[in-house]
Design a protein around this ligand. Structure first.
Ligand SMILES: Nc1ncnc2c1ncn2[C@@H]1O[C@H](COP(=O)(O)OP(=O)(O)O)[C@@H](O)[C@H]1O
Ligand SMILES: O=C(O)C1=C[C@@H](OP(=O)(O)O)[C@@H](O)[C@H](O)C1
Ligand SMILES: [Mg+2]
Length: 170
């Protein structure tokens, strides 16, 4: 099996769904953000604070490149599509699934979240909208499969992904 990469905005469920999908397919799962935290030895907010967003993106790019590119599910961070090198790496190595959710749903899911530095401070709905508008075309242009998760339970999303997987050369 090739790698399966989950991409999409913060709060669309990449981390959550990657683990559920891994269980169903009996394939190992890596969350890129977790690998980054391990490698850097500090939390994501701390990396942003001390090294800035570009410092984080450098580590993210390096980490993505080092992850297994076969027989593996990778939950990426929402900004992975910002770098062309990352988009090319994922396209070369696997199937890319874009998880979507409405702004209202993302707000609900991340209401009290303090772990996503790009969403803290200011009006969260506005931040989500601005960032999403800037990234939408990148998600669209990178993904092979697109799944709307709004109002859907984890199992439903996993089954929807599984039902489409055989359309691809995984
Ligand atoms: N389908 C869903 N329905 C409701 N809540 C969800 C769903 N998927 C994820 N969540 C919740 O939303 C939050 C963000 O999910 P997460 O998997 O961390 O998203 P991402 O990795 O895309 O940022 C978590 O609290 C998670 O439990
Ligand atoms: O969208 C982004 O730029 C980011 C998304 C986060 O991951 P999730 O998408 O899993 O929340 C994490 O990588 C970091 O806070 C930056
Ligand atoms: Mg995540």
């Amino acid at each position: 099996m090739k790698a399966i990469y989950l991409i999409g905005f913060m709060g669309t469920g990449k981390t959550t769904i990657s683990h559920a999908l891994g269980e169903h397919l009996n394939v190992p799962v890596t969350d890129c953000d977790e690998a980054i935290v391990q490698y850097a030895g500090k939390s994501i907010p701390r990396i942003f604070e001390e090294e800035g967003e570009q410092g984080f993106r450098d580590i993210e790019q390096q980490t993505l490149r080092q992850l297994h590119a076969e027989n593996h599910i990778v939950a990426t961070g929402g900004g992975v599509v910002l770098r062309e090198e990352n988009r090319a790496h994922m396209k070369k190595n696997g199937i890319i699934i874009w998880l979507e959710a409405s702004t209202e749903e993302i707000l609900k899911r991340l209401d009290s979240d303090k772990t996503r530095p790009l969403l803290t401070g200011g009006d969260m709905a506005e931040r989500i909208q601005t960032l999403f508008d800037a990234r939408k075309e990148l998600y669209e242009g990178t993904a092979h499969m697109r799944i709307d998760t709004t109002g859907k339970a984890k199992d439903e999303i996993v089954h929807e992904i599984l039902s489409h997987l055989d359309e691809y050369d995984v």
